[in-house]
Design a protein around this ligand. Sequence first.
Ligand code: SAM
Length: 253
Amino acid sequence: MTEIMAAWLKTKRESKSFFWRKAFLIIDSLQKTFENHENSRHLEKAMNMPVKALLKKIQKETLRSRYFGIPAIKSPMDFWIYMEIVNEIKPDIIIEIGNAWGGMLLAFAHMLDHIGNGRVIGVDIDHSKIPLVVKAHHRISLLEGDACGSFVRVKDLILPHHRVLIIEDSSHTYENTLNILRTYNSLVSKGSYFIIEDSIINHGLIFRNGFHSGGPHEAIEAFIKENNDFVIDRTMERFLITWNPKGYLRKIG
Ligand SMILES: C[S@@+](CC[C@H](N)C(=O)[O-])C[C@H]1O[C@@H](n2cnc3c(N)ncnc32)[C@H](O)[C@@H]1O
């Protein structure tokens, strides 16, 4: 806030006018309510929390989430949807682009263990954080390198009859997301999904830096306009709270 504006507000706050006294009473109580919501740690005390504040809270906790001790940066509600998709599609190949510590690679491998078939391919520019328990899992293959630059190596691991599911969770810039959509879409099997993560950026959660020219949400919209083989499946957003609004793309063509 500029100094001039702060000085102006100060004169109004000290003003004896009924209007300004009442206005500041309302502003202060609203601010207090918001701060209380921000600090509410339990549902029964946060029933009127604005969804925006709730999303911020879930984001903070999601960044600390672990899958059997390994960081897995996933909102629990999307995680559940992924489990349902894996069970429905029963993919032979799951490609996760952007792996970080590999918690989700292990989670996908365990889902496939339960189904009794399938492999997980992890692509990331840096696999140095991935622990041995993930690297050693017999269903997991890791390819280190830029996602689009690694496309041919990924394609070489896939046979024509394989059912393929792809999850993109890398840099989230508009350009990279759109490039990945354009490069990898041919690998997704008909009926399966290309999931684009974190389209919540500036569509639910405000990110001030780095996304001025758009992010995953805008990349999805551009891709859907140019590619008729995919539709946005909003039934996958049935919990309402998702980090991937419009991000569940189902291949129909
Ligand atoms: C948000 S993290 C992935 C989190 C992981 N999917 C999970 O659920 O726990 C993003 C990852 O993308 C990787 N990354 C960023 N740009 C990339 C690119 N162009 N190609 C491949 N990986 C990239 C980063 O190294 C980082 O590990």
